[in-house]
Design a binder for this molecule. Structure first.
Ligand code: NAP
Length: 292
């Protein structure tokens, strides 16, 4: 790749950032399409976030992804947020348009796109159970609510965070109903039985703790349900392994969310349709090279 004075720069701000899969995925896509773009990881300490956001404008960076721990705090440095990013209070993609910063949240939309592609799942009128109430759960819950989900139930280790997310959904989105359940109660089993989609949104099962798994009543799963674990390293977590023992359930991992949040960001920055297959291949190769 030849970098010249005309090359458009994109990147990712995180802390730490060196383990990010995004540079591999985006650079593979730029190179495949012959676009004069490059994607660079930037390790941005929390106290430098404001300066880094300003530098997007002063250095003429075309756009950046935002990852942990900056997704919430960065909102205050952005000129205009999409409705979903505003409700979730989190941004993972910034677009620099003529010196104005636009903040998107493609995490939730990325997951929905992957569920459509991989499991033929559309959220309108559906019942969803989300396990976890952290940043990822929040972005996904908002996107599901804005896409017509009928009922969203949140189960979280700290119940107060689940309650806060359910309040956000009922207060600020068109969802018909959002409630909470604790995973040690009999009602939780009912929530498991009735859900069309169950999303595992905690880090349990993630490398290097691949042996860990949520204490979950797998025997209540039903044929036809879609079970998604946001973890992608390892690709098949203990949670997904256990879930797939129920005949007729569709299981998906977090690779699709990672892929499509990137696809959407790529299209915002370049205005060009992303080469999805190339991006997926680069992610799979990068993942296969990881030690787990
Ligand atoms: P986060 O904001 O730190 O939230 C973590 C969530 O997991 C909280 O709900 C927390 O519950 C819960 N949790 C943590 N440890 C737990 C344990 N030992 N037992 C039960 N619950 C536990 O993290 P996040 O950004 O939402 O990420 C969550 C997961 O999604 C991670 O595995 C991350 O890798 C994955 N993710 C994947 C993608 C993708 O593209 N595929 C994108 C983003 C995130 P409390 O509130 O009770 O602490």
């Amino acid at each position: 790749m030849l970098i010249s004075g005309a090359t458009h720069v994109c990147g990712i701000f995180g802390y730490p950032v060196e383990h990010s899969f995004s540079p591999v995925m985006h650079n593979a896509a730029f190179s495949f399409l012959g676009l004069d773009f490059v994607y660079v990881p930037y390790c941005v300490a929390p106290e430098e976030l404001e300066n880094a956001a300003k530098a997007v404008i002063s250095l003429g960076i075309a756009g950046v992804n935002i990852t942990i721990p900056h997704k919430e705090k960065v909102c205050r440095y952005i000129d205009q947020l999409t409705p979903g990013a505003k409700i979730a209070g989190a941004v993972n993609t910034i677009v620099n348009k003529k010196g104005k910063l636009y903040g998107h949240n493609t995490d939730g939309a990325g997951l929905l796109r992957s569920l459509k592609e991989e499991a033929d799942f559309l959220p309108a009128g559906k019942t969803v159970l989300i396990l976890g109430a952290g940043g990822a759960a929040r972005s996904i819950a908002v996107e599901l609510a804005m896409s017509g989900a009928l009922l969203i139930t949140i189960a979280n280790r700290k119940p107060e965070r689940a309650v806060e997310l359910a309040h956000l959904l009922t207060g600020q989105t068109p969802v018909k109903k959002a409630d909470t359940v604790h995973w040690t109660t009999p009602e939780f089993k009912e929530s498991v039985k009735r859900a069309d989609l169950i999303i595992q949104a905690t880090p349990l099962g993630m490398y290097p703790n691949a042996e860990t798994c949520l204490d979950f009543p797998f025997e209540y799963l039903q044929p036809g349900q879609v079970i998604c674990d946001l973890v992608y390293n390892p690709p098949i977590t203990k949670f997904l392994k256990n879930a797939s023992l129920t005949e007729g359930v569709k299981v998906t991992n977090g690779i699709g969310m990672l892929l499509y949040q990137g696809v959407l960001a790529f299209e915002h920055w370049t205005g060009v349709q992303a080469p999805v297959e190339i991006m997926l291949k680069s992610l799979q190769e990068f993942l296969a090279a990881q030690v787990y």
